[in-house]
Design a protein around this ligand. Structure first.
Ligand code: PMP
Length: 420
């Protein structure tokens, strides 16, 4: 998923055996409220395949020890598995160097690390940070904090009604004061796939550093940080079939070298004295304290799982289900889809005329269908569309047309109840 307009042709979805994939997810084989579970809340978090659960269990059952420290066999095995996961992530993002892969708690921590470690020491009152109207709070608030700390200004790129960025307005916001451009690769509330290569090139033209929030992109298509040519990229393990409490910050080695440590503690130092401490090499300079070892191992297993299926095949498959869902909801009438960009990932945000999204979510749940209702941590975006909230169905590689049919049946029930 490099960007929309020049994306590679999508392989046909029949390369993808969804029933075999579903069998890998034990949680899907259950009933909720007397109906087979239909899980359409993958934008919030995805389910975990058996091999991820097994990898974590195996680690705790046979290899558990602290990493980088002990001389004993278990510590060696734990370190190998932990560092092996780093290699897996490097390949997943096509990063040039394993030192550029920093393990963090999630996309949120990655963004805060960049904001405090690289951006804050470099910003002054005349500087500007550019974000967009469709950002998740995690890609707004860390920059607001930096603005407060430095006196810099936050500038916001508006969007068109269909949920695409206003690129002309973006161009107009860029100038020699722009130090950072921080943008979602894919919007969690609209599904828009942003033209990130173009955005990155335009930002670099004015000397700004680029930060990509890949939380909703990395699980759903191939990401190549070298081809993107960005400076920082973050994503969360838990949306990518891995465990929670785990995530990745990729940063260009040169930028990470320039950044200040984000937290102090064990592992991030080379030497410590009461007068002065010195920092460890990348990426350890940013990994203070005992890391989430099982989390990294689980994420590694998740990435092996999706890469074996093929990221392009996953993107093609999910796109097909998205088109089916968009058509099905469109045909129902009385439903407004929020976010109709030509290039979208598998997210359908919508409002049902005259019904609060929370009621939609509750009635869907009674039918065994899990969707999200709320502001999706994107309050400014909700304001832009003048809605308090939306309902959101968000796809993963195990969703089927039958799942969409169940959602539609639930929505018919919503209409029946509220038409009475
Ligand atoms: N950015 C986007 C676009 C997201 O969808 C999310 C999660 N909803 C985040 C950032 C934050 O991710 P996490 O809570 O895993 O840190």
């Amino acid at each position: 998923m490099s960007q929309a307009p020049d994306a590679a042709p999508r392989p046909t979805a029949n390369m993808f055996d969804v029933e075999a994939v579903r069998a890998e997810f034990p949680i899907l084989a259950q009933e909720v409220n007397g109906r087979p579970l239909v899980y359409l809340d993958n934008g919030a978090t995805s389910q975990k395949p058996r091999r991820v659960i097994d990898a974590i269990r195996r680690y705790y059952e046979s290899d558990n020890a602290n990493v980088h420290r002990g001389l004993h066999a278990l510590s060696g095995r734990a370190t190998d598995a932990f560092e092996g996961a780093r290699d897996t992530v490097r390949a997943f993002l096509n990063a040039a160097d394993r030192r550029e892969i920093v393990f963090v708690r999630g996309a949120t921590e990655g963004l805060n690390l960049v904001a405090q470690g690289w951006v804050r020491p470099r910003l002054g009152p005349d500087d500007e940070i550019v974000v967009t109207t469709m950002e998740h709070h995690s890609n707004i608030v860390p920059w607001q904090l930096v603005c407060r700390q430095t006196g810099a200004r936050l500038r916001v790129v508006p969007i068109h009604d269909d949920g695409t960025l206003d690129m002309e307005a973006f161009a107009g916001l860029l100038n020699e004061r722009t130090k950072v451009v921080a943008v979602a690769h894919v919007s969690n509330a609209l599904g828009t796939i942003n033209p990130v290569r173009e955005i990155i090139a335009m930002a670099h033209d004015v000397g700004a550093v680029t930060v990509l929030d890949g939380a909703q992109a990395a699980p759903h298509g191939a990401v190549d940080v070298q081809a993107l040519d960005c400076d920082f990229y973050v994503f969360s393990s838990h949306k990518c079939y891995g465990p929670s409490g785990m995530g990745v910050l990729w940063g260009r080695a040169e930028r990470l070298d320039e950044a200040e440590p984000y937290q102090g503690g064990g592992d991030m130092i080379r030497t410590v004295s009461f007068e002065e401490s010195t920092w460890n090499d990348l990426p350890y300079k940013f990994e203070a304290g005992t890391p989430n070892i099982a989390g990294a191992i689980g994420l590694g297993a998740a990435i092996e799982f999706v890469t074996a299926l093929g990221m392009d095949a996953i993107a093609a498959y999910e796109h097909e289900v998205l088109e089916y869902a968009t058509e099905a909801l469109g045909e129902m009438g009385g439903i407004r889809i929020i976010g109709t960009a030509p290039e979208k990932a598998g997210i359908v945000s919508f409002v049902v005329d005259g019904v609060h999204p929370h009621d939609v979510g509750t009635i869907a749940d009674q039918n065994g269908v899990a969707i999200r209702a709320g502001h999706h941590c994107a309050m400014p975006l909700m304001r832009r569309y003048r809605v308090p909230a939306t309902s959101r169905a968000s796809l993963a590689l195990y969703n089927t047309r039958a799942d969409i049919d169940a959602l539609v049946a639930g929505l018919h029930k919503v209409k029946e109840i509220f038409d009475r």
